[in-house]
Design a protein around this ligand. Structure first.
Ligand code: 9GP
Length: 838
């Protein structure tokens, strides 16, 4: 490795090299030093926030030392690296995770305790890094944790949005959106002003000189240039020194921040216009979950990010002076959904236009480098870009896309000579006005592997949206990697008491690195003391959530009631079916109202807890939120039902709130229409924390059932293979009547029992004139009946504890470590690095 310090002076440098602090006193010294010097505060004005900053900076110092070492050692080892390209990384908070992963939490707890602070209050000061919408971004964050924990040499590449996902406020029962200013103080990122990459947009493609092969080169020129500045975030592995890098790009104007010509002529606004235009690119995360926004700025974000990332990856490869043909042996790039698909085109462009490689040689390298993960079958989420838009913004890329498509279609024509319709169906260019580019198809054509994220989902994409491509490329190109979650954050950090209890039974904390070790817990199923402790921990988590609810909503909930939780994005199409849940709550309320006091005494009290954001501007999703809050307003103060039912909406659901909510569930709801939720990952988090599931046969629920056993999950509803027929029935069947229970609920809503009926008319209409696309009426009766089974099962607390413990014991499969090892073996062909401790 080249070093900037000349050889004879390195000794001096090395003697002075920063060392990690060791032990409580050194830690305290660092905290106080940072508070006094870095923050310029003192013993007289060090509040929780300053204590957080001082603690974070001290922990960060140790982290950075490991990080530098990891990067140096990985460079020396020069192994194949993985690059995970994701437009979203939903990291949440960092400090607690960094302390746990580096084994410093106890030191820090004691250390700050003696300085007059509680570690929990300090942790609570941190703002979530919310650079993602939901499951897709959180999966990327879990994968980074596993990549580092398993010592894989890996980098994440994303965008450094100035505004992450908006903050949700509930005002008079309706959602309002507030910007998320998360960068006020962020000690976890390091600006690398020396890593600045020019990215061009617009411009024209002109004929240039002849290349080595005698062909006239195409020169893309005259466009607008924006600079990408790298911000690096250290990603610590658990119980290893391996600390990987997440590189986020921020946009800046390339010609300086300021137009002095305009300024001098008095055009003050104009003088900063270019700066603002450039900075807009990385300003804000599109707040749409599973929906393609189709806006020019989004396309700009995508190209800006992939161009900067590829430039960086190619530069790093070139430093090794290897021949190009070794590129796929050194570099694996994973496309997290279709958002980074332009990376395929950009790499081909770099090879043919800049490195003068012949097309076929370049294309062979490109296709061996990329893997593509599909995360959805929802048609509204499958990205399509209008050709005129791409023509204007990226004219050279459009030409390359046309060529990729032409060569691909020619190969299809050779294989299936008479099938003209097949060519139309699989073409990257979809005919219409305007023509559009089908990015998923481009991603498949340019990758060597395509994977779905749960078995059902991977089967469905092969049988439906990508069927033709299976015929063309063969089965082997398509595979499945079921999602997973990191047990470090989602058990050890979120639920330390449960983690400690488990550790005491399974022989220490090794299970956090090998989650299959949880199966030892099955030995304790009949251990009364253990079961009691288990249930006490659940109760304590419910008490904690009840306190949080009281503090934030002023509502009291009974921690001994059954906590029924559904927290996830509220999608405009309603495929996650929060509406079915709230209709079920209304049905329960109507039944409770009819009961005699004696009958009521036999009922299991229930607290229905909801949380989740609706994308701004999405009216149906917001209507569902309003219905939930309105039902809460009626039910929560109805003295007659005497607290047997409470309905709570938790504002601004995010990762740090999930860490409080997830450990507290008795039951959680994952009730999407079968075949619509690709995987889901919160289902895994809830079960890992001893909560049971009520859910449909969809996404990863199916594999969870297979692992934990049917007796430990409450399944309901129609199966994926029935969905098409049912939809057909709704649309064309005669005498389609609504399920009577659902009719009763709709009648209550239409009678104005939860506020003006007009508020919900669209929601009701979606079930009737909208043909109930997500089949609420088909599953409602099964849903209600299954909820009755939940009540019955909950009455038997011992039986419930057995289900809870058995489920946790069998959750080993759902570790993100297992998923990452599968990617490494089957898709990336990459080995772990060997990071020596510092
Ligand atoms: O909707 C899926 C969700 O089911 C899955 O768990 C997650 C991670 O794989 O990806 C979501 N998909 C998207 O957000 C957009 O494709």
């Amino acid at each position: 490795v080249e070093a900037s310090i000349p050889q004879p002076l390195r000794e001096t440098w090395l003697k002075l090299s920063a060392c990690e602090f060791n032990g409580k006193e050194q830690f305290q010294k660092e905290v106080v030093r940072h508070v006094e010097t870095t923050l310029a505060r003192s013993i007289y004005n060090c509040d929780d926030n300053a204590a957080y900053s001082g603690t974070a900076l001290a922990i960060r110092d140790n982290l950075v030392i490991k990080w530098n070492k990891t990067q140096q050692q990985q460079t020396l080892q020069d192994q194949k690296r993985v690059y995970y390209l994701s437009l979203e990384f939903l990291m949440g908070r960092t400090l607690d995770n960094a302390m746990l992963n580096t084994g410093l939490k106890d030191t820090a707890r004691e250390g700050v305790g003696e300085l007059g602070f509680r570690i929990e209050d300090i942790i609570d000061q941190e703002h979530d890094a919310a650079l993602g919408n939901g499951g897709l971004g959180r999966l990327a964050a879990c994968f980074l944790d596993s990549l580092a924990t398993l010592n894989y040499p890996a980098w994440g590449y994303g965008l450094r949005y100035r505004y992450g996902i908006f903050k949700q406020e509930i005002i008079n029962g309706f959602q309002a959106e507030v910007p998320d200013y998360w960068l006020d103080f962020n000690p976890w990122e390091f600006p690398r002003h020396d890593v600045a990459i020019d990215v061009m947009f617009y411009g024209t493609v002109n004929p240039g000189p002849r290349d080595d092969h005698g062909n006239i080169k195409k020169v893309w020129e005259g466009g607008e240039i924006v600079q990408a500045i790298a911000y690096d975030v250290p990603i610590p592995g658990y119980g290893t020194d391996c600390t990987n890098n997440l590189r986020l790009w921020s946009s800046k104007p390339s010609g300086g921040e300021f137009d002095f010509g305009r300024f001098n002529s008095g055009d003050y606004e104009g003088s900063i216009r270019d700066q603002q235009r450039a900075e807009t690119i990385s300003a804000v995360l599109y707040p749409n979950d599973n929906i393609d926004a189709g806006k020019e700025l989004r396309l700009k974000q995508q190209y800006f990010w992939v161009a900067a990332s590829l430039h960086d990856i190619v530069r790093r490869f070139k430093k090794s002076h290897r021949p190009w043909k070794e590129f796929p042996e050194q570099v694996a790039i994973q496309l997290n959904d279709t958002h980074p698909t332009l990376a395929i085109v950009e790499l081909q462009r770099i090879f043919i236009d800049i490195e003068n490689m012949p097309w076929d040689e370049a294309w062979s390298i490109v296709t061996r480098t990329f893997g593509y993960t599909n995360h959805t079958v929802l048609p509204e989420a499958l990205e399509k870009w209008s050709v005129p838009l791409v023509q204007n913004l990226l004219p050279r890329h459009l030409q390359i896309i046309y060529d990729i498509n032409l060569f691909f279609l020619q190969s299809v024509e050779r294989k299936f000579p008479k099938d003209r319709d097949l060519l139309r169906r699989v073409s990257v260019v979809e005919e219409g006005t305007p023509q559009v580019l089908r990015m998923a198809y481009l991603a498949i054509i340019g990758s060597h592997k395509v994977n779905g994220v749960a078995e059902l989902h991977s089967d469905l994409i092969k049988a439906t949206i990508f069927k033709d491509f299976v015929d063309i490329f063969g089965q082997d190109k398509f595979t499945n990697v079921t999602n997973g979650i990191t047990p470090r954050r989602w058990l050890h950090q979120a639920n330390p008491k449960l983690s400690d209890l488990i550790a005491s039974k399974v022989g220490g904390y090794d299970f956090l690195r090998d989650l299959t070790k949880l199966n030892v817990l099955e030995k304790y199923i009949d251990d009364k003391t253990f079961k009691k402790e288990w249930m006490e921990i659940k109760l304590a988590a419910k008490v904690k959530l009840a306190k949080y609810i009281k503090d934030t909503t002023q509502m009291s909930v009974n921690p001994h009631s059954l906590f029924d939780i559904q927290v996830k994005r509220i999608h405009e199409s309603q495929y996650k079916r929060q509406q079915m849940n709230i209709f079920g709550v209304i049905y329960r309320y109507l039944r409770l109202k009819e009961m005699t006091p004696e009958e009521r005494k036999k009922q299991v009290p229930r607290t229905s807890i909801f949380g989740g954001k609706a994308a701004p501007g999405y009216w149906m999703a917001k209507t569902i939120i309003r219905l939930i809050t309105a039902v809460g307003e009626v039910v929560n103060q109805d003295k007659e039902i005497n607290g047997l039912l409470k309905v709570i909406f938790i504002e601004d659901y995010n990762v740090s709130k999930a860490e409080i909510i997830v450990p507290a569930s008795d039951i959680s709801e994952h009730i999407s229409t079968a075949g619509t939720e690709a995987s889901g990952t919160s289902n895994m988090k809830f079960v890992l924390n001893g909560g049971l599931i009520i859910g449909t046969c969809d996404g990863a629920n199916i594999e969870i059932t297979r692992e934990i056993g049917e007796e430990n999950i409450f399944l309901l509803g129609n199966l994926a293979e029935q969905v098409e027929d049912l939809r057909h029935q709704h649309r064309f069947g005669k005498d389609v009547t609504m399920d009577p229970k659902l009719r009763e609920v709709c009648d209550a809503i239409e009678a104005g029992r939860f506020g003006p009926e007009q508020t919900y008319s669209g929601l009701i209409a979606s079930l009737t004139i909208g043909f109930d696309y997500y089949l609420v009426s088909d599953d409602f009766s099964s849903y209600v009946a299954t909820q009755d089974l939940v009540d019955e099962a909950y009455k038997d607390q011992d039986g419930w504890a057995t289900k809870s413990i058995t489920s946790v014991a069998r959750m080993g499969f759902f570790s993100a470590d297992r998923a990452i090892n599968e990617y490494a073996d089957e898709i990336w062909n990459v080995e772990p690095s060997n990071i020596k401790p510092s």
